[in-house]
Unconditional design. Structure first.
Lengths: 243, 243, 243, 243
């Protein structure tokens, strides 16, 4: 937790991109009402509580309009859910790297399966994130695509088979070979990127299995956001990173 | 200005969609750095100053991440630049009506020429705005499209020939017949929608001509955002609505 | 059928857009294997047989690569399933009006629910079709959108509620008010456009009900393409236009 | 040229994907009127003439509607300009692998800079091409993206910096390091893919330089299609592959 504090401090003051702590749990708030507006702030505070109690890095990815309020309320890293590969200018309705950075974002998801980008735009978006010292987390749907993306040097690659997203059937347990193949292929060309897995992660055991397979964390959404008591699950996830 | 206050009060408290004052000047901040973050707040404050001094309704459309800060800082109406036609749920990276409403938005631009939508999505997005009592301002590029959109019952229709956007050549002076044809065609099927024009509006005279042609206001961007002294231009625009 | 012959003759020789006979049945081949390549030709020949026997206009909409072979094999009107709003030039992988016209197309579907377009692109695509004397058939999903499109002056408007497409539950029987509202709204602004309905049309009775509701024909796909004996259904549809 | 004949024979009869001869010149007809309809056939015949005289493999990529006529008229390989990552079914207006294969295509361009795809769709489209024994030629805009694509195992990778397309300034001469870096990065992960370069190729020397840099051919469009005498340029290009 001290670590995270320092990370944020560096991020804001020096605008140098900080090194991410591992393991990391990123909670994607999607467009869920349970994580919109004041509820986004409250969910982020629960994540921060679990972070402070365990020291495990938990990041949150609220909607664009909620970034400011969440970033002002917690010290854990805040991610945008998407940015566009545009420079400042006449791009009405687009999401500018400068804007989410200024709002307090520490990084951004890119190419989530619900917000996919053209190949050249993934490259351009990673560059835009780099240019504003935003941590880039690119989502992919299979090992080959993960390796392809590894060549574009994002900070984080998250493998998420779309068919498992929102199902409660964890990728780490249902498709362990998808995870291990991703790690194997990515590591051939990229030693540094953090590798996460996501889709269906809903129990602490899903998290510990993911780490045992060789990932450095998980990307999770409904498993937390839709939980009856998100704090309990967050705490369970954080604790499970040590099992 | 009292009017605007009341408008906002109704909007927030009753979640009933308020009647818009006329004329109205909407300032689209696009993704300009001159209107990002703290600068978005400052520009909105200049717009509010011109509004308070003249009583003319001036609305601002900042980037998604800036809506909260702008809406907390001023009493004039705040528009989102875009919302997506999605319901709450698993829509990572999309812009939810509920989210921008909660952040303080009073309305939203829809189908700006830099963020165009499929026809059925314009319809669905207007419905989503209506469902959350957000004023819908649909942008179109020619009179026929304006009439087409008029059938979908948005609150505001703004005609903006894309070839003039950002040129400083005002639609109201360079293509008056585009404006008058829009009004004629729209009024055949829709008595209520406010009709604005935009593209190239940079002088007070462009505004007064627009109103004389029969519009109820203007949608403007670079003419204000890129101005050396935006307040002076805003004040000039507001004053020109009475000429 | 003589009528159709003349129609095609005019279309090809004079490049004047011909008047469409009514009623009209358009068979959309989609990307079904049952209507690809040689099977597209054979299905079109069955449609032509039913046309010759009954005099009822039956048009077919094969895939782009099949237009030439189908148009060379039959005298009934051939539609493209889509064209892009581009002019001749550097538009790799797009579908040019000139190209499908040259291949023998008589018209084109536009904005099918499986290939939706931005609003401004629907307008531009209708203009491109007009410029090359191609009959434009714009698909819409509800009465308001149909009225909106009516302002853009397509030759044909086809109302197809997406939730019924491919279900075998006919729009004409399950949602008659969708059809009659479409006609009512469209006719307020457009006297000339042919109005079709589609989605779930699978029995002759669905066709006769559609005509009784006030349409001038139907747009059909799986009901014919996936039928055990498409000729029998086509003949039944054609006969039903007189009941 | 005998080689090409055999290649086509294998392609059509066995539906086994043939080995491509090297070097290869692919002529993209785009949506140019100079290469539409009968003119597409004539241009393909000029390419075939240059092929027969020199033995150098020249392939042509006409518009979808022209594939049948071109493939029936020449023995050189014919490419589609794009296919969609869809299976046979309800995909109105899409381009099905089965359809272009049946029309006589030997391969397809994928992700041309004028028809870019989402990352996951590039992968799915290559698989669709493989499934129908179509040669896949994926276009990319920089060396990193080429390496990323190399992981997806297309048959051909063509590097084309978009800023040079249509300029007459050849990539091979203006940006030789773009070409050599592409080769270096691709070969780290993929020994088999043919590597082409494109953009601005307009003189025989541009071709010979491209080969000397280590490519196995070029992808060319306006340099041939817009030439006063395309045959002369085609012949010059073919001859230049031996210099």
């Amino acid at each position: 937790m001290i670590l995270i504090l320092n990370v944020n401090a560096i991020s804001v003051k020096n605008t140098l991109k900080p090194k991410l702590p591992k393991p990391i749990i990123i909670v994607n708030f999607k467009n869920y009402l349970e994580a919109t507006g004041q509820k986004a702030v409250e969910l982020a505070q629960k994540a921060e509580k679990a972070n402070k109690e365990t020291g495990v890095c938990i990041a949150v990815a609220p909607q664009f309009s909620d970034i400011v309020r969440v970033a002002e309320s917690v010290e854990i890293p805040v991610f945008a859910q998407h940015i566009d590969p545009v420079m400042p200018g006449a791009f009405t309705g687009h999401v500018l790297a400068e804007s989410v950075k200024d709002a307090g974002a520490y990084g951004t998801l890119i190419n989530h399966s619900e917000r996919q980008l053209k190949l050249a735009d993934i490259d351009a978006t990673i560059r835009r994130a780099n240019g504003k010292d935003l941590i880039s987390c690119v989502c992919t749907s299979n090992p080959q695509l993960s390796a392809a993306v590894a060549y574009l040097n994002p900070d984080i690659i998250s493998i998420e088979p779309p068919e498992l997203i929102g199902t409660g059937i964890a990728v780490s347990k249902a498709q362990p070979e998808t995870v291990t193949n991703t790690i194997k292929l990515v590591r051939k060309v990229n030693d540094e990127a953090i590798i996460l897995c996501g889709a269906g992660i809903s129990h602490g055991e899903d998290v510990s299995v993911a780490l045992k397979l060789g990932t450095q964390g998980v990307l999770v959404a409904s498993g937390i956001v839709k939980a009856k008591d998100p704090y309990i699950i967050l705490r369970d996830f954080a604790d499970s990173t040590r099992k």
